[in-house]
Write a protein of this length. Structure first.
Length: 162
């Protein structure tokens, strides 16, 4: 009987060790799944182009690349614009209102071969003309509304809005 109790005690002790190892393996598997989902979401976010409206501030030539300084904005229209105008006592134009998204300016480089479309000043109708980064400063006035597409912390598309 004494040996039987010792054998039962050893079997229970070993069972608890094996059970713990199985639970650890399951926890590690669940953690790997959570990590892979997080990594995939970060990769997707980094590789998804960010299309945004911005107010153009200036362009500079820095470290052999052109950088654009801009202020992100969002456009309100309809009911949102009317509510914003009423809250801030702006009664002049309530169809479309441009609002700052943040108080900080952003500086991003322009990728090579970026299509830069600016409004052709010579024509009466709204027509766009392709420009090079060096020509933006001369043809795009400050505080003008632009649409940009950002990918990998670089501007890959820039368009002046009418």
């Amino acid at each position: 009987m004494k040996y039987f109790l010792c054998f039962l005690w050893a079997a229970l002790l070993m069972t608890s060790c094996f059970d713990t190892r199985l639970n650890d393996a399951e926890e590690k598997r669940q953690q790997r799944i959570r990590d892979s989902i997080r990594t995939d979401s970060i990769e997707t976010r980094r590789n998804t182009p960010d299309t945004t409206f911005a107010i153009y501030k200036r362009i500079a030539f820095c470290d052999t690349t052109f950088v654009v300084v801009f202020d992100r904005v969002k456009m309100l229209s309809g009911k949102e614009a009317a509510e914003y105008a009423q809250r801030h006592k702006r009664f002049d134009n309530t169809d479309k209102i441009i609002v700052n998204q943040s108080t900080t300016l952003e500086t991003l480089r322009i990728a090579k071969d970026t299509p830069i479309l600016l409004i052709d000043q010579d024509s009466d109708s709204v027509r766009y003309k392709n420009y090079k980064p060096a020509e933006i400063a001369d043809n795009l006035p400050k505080e003008d509304l632009i649409q940009i597409v950002i990918l990998h912390r670089s501007i890959v598309y820039l368009k002046q809005m009418p």
